[in-house]
Design a protein around this ligand. Structure first.
Ligand SMILES: Cc1cc2nc3c(=O)[nH]c(=O)nc-3n(C[C@H](O)[C@H](O)[C@H](O)COP(=O)(O)OP(=O)(O)OC[C@H]3O[C@@H](n4cnc5c(N)ncnc54)[C@H](O)[C@@H]3O)c2cc1C
Length: 521
C-alpha cells in the first residue's frame, strides 16, 4: 500500500506500525521486505516520490562540501523510492574475511549473502577465486599463480532487470497490505522519550507544509550515510547534542573508497590480460576478477586494503555504448524513450548484443570489442578512523532541516598506498609492453592526480563495542536506546578495499530477522 503524504490532509492522530523504517533505498527496502515476509507490520518512509525529479534531487545538492570534493555527496545520492538502486552499478563483493575494526566477524554476514543474491537474481557461485573456478568447472587463469602477494576474488554483477530495487522488492512491498510506503515523507526529527531511553515518535514534514507523527515499537534509520548522521544530529529538541551522540561520535569517521585509473593497457599486454582476466559469465551472472593485496603484502609495503581490477571503457559512439544505454534504461525505467533516441543505431547495437550473448552462453566469457579502452584501476580503503566528518551547516533546507556539511580528507598515506601498490604491480605484470602508467604516478614529489571517491560513502554512525567510541552496537542498535537501529553503510567502521552493498544488505537482513524474532516472541 502507498500513501503520498504531499496529498494527505493533516491528521491529529499519529500513524502507527510495528516497525517504522526511515528511507526506502537498498537497505530500507531489503529490511522492509525481510520483515514483511515474516508478517511484521511496516511503515516505510521515503523522502522522495515514486520517480526521481529535479525538484527532489535539488534538495540534496544543498549539502555543503569542504576539504576535498566528495563527488558522491552531490552526484551519488537519489531522493526517490529505490534510493541509489535507481542508478547504482549492481556489483557485489563480500567483506574481507577478517577485519578487527568490526565488532562482528565477517562470518556473521555470510549466511545472509545467499538471500541478498536471491533478491538481486545473481548466482550463488563462491567469491574466492579457487573455489569459484572449481565450482564453475573452469581452469583458473595461469596469471594468478604468477602474482605472489595478491589474493584473487571475483565480484558478481546484478542483472539490469534487478538493479532497481523499487521495481523488484519495492513493487512487492507496494502490493502488501501489511506494509505502507509513505512517499514525500521526510523524517525531520527522531523524538527522544523524556527518560532518553527510547524513541517515542518520528516527525515527518512535507514540502506542502504538513507535519505528521509516526509511532512504532521499533524505529530504523536507513537514510543513506550522509542523511543518517544529519537526522541523528538534527534530532535535538530533547538532547541538544542530537540522538545517539552523547559521546560526540555521530558524523565522525566518514570515509569512502578511493579509486584511481593507474594505467591504460594496449598491445601485447591487452591481449594477455583480456585472455586471462576478462569477466566470466555463468547462469546470467557476470563475474569480474579483483586482485587484492594480501595481509602479508599490506604489512610489508604498509598498504591500506587495496585491489587492482581491469575496467572497460566504451567510446561514446560505439555499438556497445548503445547496448549499455539500452540495458541501463531498464534500470532507469525509460526504455521506450531510449529506444526512440537510439533508433538509428539499434541495428549495430543488436549485432553487438548478439555477440555478447554468444560469448556469454557458449564461452562463458564477456566479449570485449577492439574499440574498448582497457584500464587498470586501483581501489583502496581510506585511513580509519578518519579525520573526515559530517556536521550540520547553519542554513536550512525548505523542510526546516539544517543542511549537512561533508568535510572529506585524502591523506598522504592514501597517496602512498596507491604509489606503492602500483610500483609492486609494475614489477610483476607481464608482458609490460603496452602498460602505460599514469603520468606522475611514481613521482614521490607530486600528489597523485585523478584520485576520486567511489560514491561509497560510509561511516558517521559507526558500529563498535565501546559506546564511547561508536554510535551503534554490533546489532546496529544505537547505544543506550532500546528501540532505535541504523541500517546503513554509516555503521561501517571500515569498508574493505571495494564495494559495500552486499555486506549492507546482509546486515539489513540480519537486523530484519532479529526485529521479527523479538516482535513475534
Ligand atoms: C552511481 C553509483 C554506483 C554504485 N555502484 C555500486 C556497486 O556497483 N556496488 C556497490 O556495492 N555499491 C555501489 N554503489 C553504492 C550503493 O548504491 C550504496 O551503498 C547503497 O545504495 C546504499 O544504500 P542505502 O539504502 O544505505 O542508501 P540509499 O540507496 O541512498 O537510500 C537512502 C534512501 O533514504 C531516503 N531518505 C534519506 N533521508 C531521509 C529522511 N530523512 N526521511 C525519509 N527518507 C529519507 C532517500 O531518499 C533514499 O531513498 C553505487 C553508488 C552510486 C551512486
Amino acid at each position: 500500500m502507498q500513501i503520498d503524504l504531499s496529498q494527505h490532509a493533516a491528521r491529529p492522530e499519529p500513524f502507527r506500525a510495528q516497525v517504522c523504517i526511515i528511507g526506502a533505498g537498498i537497505a530500507g527496502l531489503t529490511l522492509a521486505h525481510r520483515l514483511a515476509v515474516q508478517g511484521i507490520d511496516v511503515a516505510l518512509l521515503e523522502a522522495g516520490g515514486l520517480a526521481l525529479t529535479d525538484a527532489s534531487q535539488s534538495l540534496l545538492t544543498q549539502a555543503h562540501l569542504s576539504g576535498e570534493r566528495h563527488a558522491g555527496t552531490h552526484e551519488g545520492r537519489f531522493r526517490a523510492f529505490g534510493g541509489a538502486s535507481l542508478r547504482w552499478g549492481g556489483q557485489l563483493y563480500p567483506m574481507p574475511a577478517e577485519d578487527a575494526a568490526w565488532p562482528i566477524p565477517a562470518s556473521t554476514l555470510e549466511p545472509y549473502y545467499a538471500a541478498a543474491e536471491t533478491l538481486l537474481a545473481v548466482d550463488h557461485l563462491p567469491y574466492e577465486a579457487q573455489a569459484f573456478f572449481t565450482a564453475a568447472h573452469t581452469a583458473a587463469p595461469a596469471m594468478l599463480a604468477q602474482l605472489p602477494g595478491l589474493k584473487a576474488r571475483l565480484s558478481k554483477w546484478t542483472p539490469f532487470s534487478h538493479r532497481n530495487m523499487a521495481s523488484t522488492p519495492g513493487r512487492e512491498l507496494l502490493a502488501k497490505p501489511s506494509t505502507t510506503v509513505y512517499l514525500n515523507a521526510q523524517a525531520t526529527e527522531l523524538l527522544l522519550a523524556p527518560g532518553r531511553t527510547h524513541i517515542e515518535a518520528v516527525l515527518v514534514h512535507t514540502l506542502s507544509g504538513q507535519t505528521f507523527r509516526f509511532e512504532a515499537t521499533h524505529f530504523v534509520v536507513a537514510a543513506g550515510t550522509v542523511e543518517t548522521s544529519r537526522l541523528l544530529l538534527a534530532s535535538c529538541s530533547v538532547a541538544a547534542e542530537g540522538v545517539g551522540n552523547q559521546h560526540d561520535q555521530v558524523g565522525r569517521n566518514f570515509h569512502d573508497h578511493l579509486t584511481l585509473p593507474a594505467a591504460t593497457i594496449t598491445g601485447p599486454a591487452r591481449e594477455a590480460i583480456l585472455r586471462e582476466l576478462r569477466p566470466w559469465v555463468f547462469q546470467g551472472t557476470q563475474h569480474s576478477i579483483k586482485l587484492e593485496a594480501d595481509r602479508a603484502l599490506c604489512g610489508e609495503l604498509n598498504l591500506n586494503p587495496i585491489l587492482a581490477h581491469v575496467a572497460f571503457e566504451e567510446p561514446e559512439d560505439s555499438a556497445l555504448a548503445v547496448v549499455r544505454d539500452l540495458l541501463t534504461s531498464r534500470q532507469r525505467g525509460d526504455v521506450l524513450a531510449t529506444v526512440r533516441r537510439q533508433a538509428r543505431r539499434l541495428p549495430s547495437a543488436l549485432v553487438e548484443l548478439e555477440s555478447l550473448a554468444f560469448q556469454a552462453k557458449f564461452r562463458h566469457r564477456r566479449a570485449i570489442p577492439k574499440t574498448t579502452r582497457v584500464v587498470l584501476r586501483l581501489n583502496a580503503a581510506q585511513d580509519t578512523p578518519s579525520q573526515s566528518r559530517i556536521t550540520l551547516a547553519d542554513d536550512l533546507d525548505p523542510l526546516g532541516l539544517p543542511n549537512p556539511r561533508v568535510d572529506w580528507r585524502i591523506t598522504t598515506n592514501e597517496h602512498d598506498t596507491f604509489r606503492a601498490f602500483a610500483g609492486y604491480l609494475r614489477e610483476r605484470l607481464t608482458p609490460a609492453e603496452g602498460i602505460e602508467w599514469q603520468a606522475g604516478l611514481f613521482d614521490i614529489e607530486q600528489p597523485l592526480q585523478n584520485i576520486t571517491d567511489a560514491r561509497h560513502a560510509m561511516g558517521g554512525a559507526c558500529m563498535g563495542s565501546d559506546p564511547g567510541a561508536s554510535v551503534t552496537d554490533s546489532n546496529l542498535q544505537v547505544h543506550g536506546l532500546t528501540n532505535l537501529h541504523v541500517a546503513s553503510a554509516a555503521t561501517f567502521p571500515t569498508g574493505g578495499p571495494q564495494l559495500i552493498t552486499l555486506p549492507l544488505m546482509a546486515l539489513s537482513l540480519r537486523l530484519g530477522d532479529r526485529l521479527a524474532a523479538s516482535l513475534n516472541s
